[in-house]
Design a protein around this ligand. Structure first.
Ligand code: DON
Length: 304
């Protein structure tokens, strides 16, 4: 049996001492207020035993990690039809790049880059009666935690400065790959990114990706095949132009966010969430990546 707690304790001690912690995302002004010294990690295994270290119960902005939740909800609702509007190839580009979108006639490379996530948001806005309420209920059910909520200040902060997302949505609209109006889709998108969750809540919500689509409340959200596909997308596209590096160093499917969170998982074994708000040059949490490399190296547990 792997002693996860002592591995996490060691990771926590190293993180506390780290001097180069990366830089906090500044293009969403509200995120800049976060303390660079924060670090948390929480792991839940398939038997639902939990292990943690540091600021693992403190909530932060999940940002792009929300793209995995919207993708899961949309795939559960419309199934394979989703792939008519968004592809499944890694982009090798930063999350907010637009040039490929124009070259490929408005079909985003994958659902985890911003244009792809905006298409997925459009699908949910079309289908759901009360998109924001219904999506929040979906996440609360996954995490088995009804206290999870949007952060209105973060959502408004991004609405004021999200120029590239407005550009992406308008480009999608010009290619007829956006059904609803730009403002209502982006209102939903900025809200999904603003959701506040702790490492513990994120690891709990991702439990279904290690448990064949059954969440902690033991209701089935996705089929085995759908979970396989989402895990594959996390591996190949979850870290944008650093997906190769993450697979090389860590060896797990995962997803990052510019709030400094990363969630990663080993199917049938464990999922783990880390939080450290300082990012590297590619926009992924610097200490989070180091922590996960250490976790999979020390435990010898990875998909490879
Ligand atoms: O749309 C944006 O730019 C942000 N709301 C989310 C970007 C993000 O988290 C990229 N992840 N590493």
């Amino acid at each position: 049996m792997v002693d996860f707690q002592s591995v996490l304790n060691g990771i926590g001690i190293t993180a506390t001492k780290a001097t180069d912690r990366g830089r906090i995302a500044s293009y969403i002004p509200e995120l800049e207020k976060i303390d660079l010294q924060k670090f948390g990690i929480h792991l839940i295994n398939i038997k639902q035993h939990s292990f943690s270290s540091g600021d693992s119960d403190e909530r932060f902005s999940i940002q792009s990690i929300s793209k995995v939740f919207t993708l899961s909800m949309a795939l559960g609702l419309i199934g394979e039809k989703l792939w008519e509007r968004v592809d499944v190839e890694p982009s090798g580009d930063p999350f907010n790049h637009l040039s490929l979108l124009e070259m490929e006639n408005g079909i985003p490379r994958n659902p985890l880059i911003n244009p792809g996530a905006i298409v997925v948001a459009d699908i949910l806005v079309s289908i759901l009666d009360n998109p924001k309420d219904d999506f929040l209920a979906f996440i609360r059910n996954l995490a088995d935690d009804d206290s999870i909520n949007y952060d209105e200040e973060v959502a408004q902060s991004e609405k004021m400065t999200g120029y590239r997302n407005y550009a992406a949505a308008n480009l999608l609209k010009s290619y007829k790959n956006l059904t609803n109006d730009v403002d209502s889709v982006l209102d939903f998108y900025f809200h999904q990114c603003s959701i506040s969750m702790s490492c513990a809540q994120l690891a709990n919500a991702f439990y279904m990706f290690i448990n064949n689509g059954n969440c902690r409340r033991n209701n089935t959200q996705l089929s085995k095949g759908q979970v396989k596909r989402i895990n594959a997308l996390m591996l190949t596209c979850g870290f944008y132009d650093e997906a190769g590096e993450f697979a090389f160093e860590v060896g797990l499917p995962g997803k990052s966010g510019v709030g400094g969170g990363i969630v990663a998982l080993l199917p049938n074994e464990f999922c783990v969430a880390t939080w450290s708000p300082g990012l590297n040059e590619k926009g992924n949490s610097k200490l989070g990546m180091l922590a996960l490399e250490r976790l999979t190296t020390q435990t010898e547990l990875s998909i490879f």
